[in-house]
Design a protein around this ligand. Structure first.
Ligand SMILES: [Zn+2]
Length: 132
């Protein structure tokens, strides 16, 4: 049941409570997504075909004869790019983990935006109580 407010600020309070509840519900939905995150890892998995450097090797002139594939995990730490060699067995594990990391980041960004909205509404509500 909704109460009837006479004052304009009272009506605003009802509207604020309604959007707060919508935001809170969305927040809970998004937060459930966090539980679905599997092991994660910052970075990108690269697949590289390499030249061995020997002048007489076929790889020197023919790009299709390059060696590999070699896998690498690359990420930034303290502004520096870090490359970690991965075995062919490890590569798919890290690739999946890197995908999870991106998913987590998207989720965190959404939660951050939503939280800021909620905080703004909560602050306004608290401020309107002081006005009265
Ligand atoms: Zn070669």
């Amino acid at each position: 049941m909704s109460r009837v407010f006479v004052s304009k600020s009272g009506i605003r309070t009802v509207e604020r409570n309604a959007s707060l509840e919508r935001y809170a519900q969305r927040f809970r939905e998004l937060r459930r997504g966090l539980e679905q995150i599997e092991y994660f890892c910052k970075g990108t998995v690269l697949k590289r075909m390499m030249k061995c450097g020997k002048a007489r090797c076929a790889c020197a002139s023919d790009p299709t004869k390059r060696h590999g594939p070699y896998f690498e995990l690359t990420y930034k730490a303290n502004g520096k790019t870090v490359n970690v060699k991965l075995s062919p067995e490890a590569a798919p594990l890290y690739k999946a983990a890197a995908q999870q990391y991106r998913k987590l980041k998207t989720l965190l960004n959404r939660l951050d935006k939503l939280s800021k909205n909620i905080l703004r509404h909560q602050a306004k509500l608290a401020e309107s109580k002081r006005e009265n």
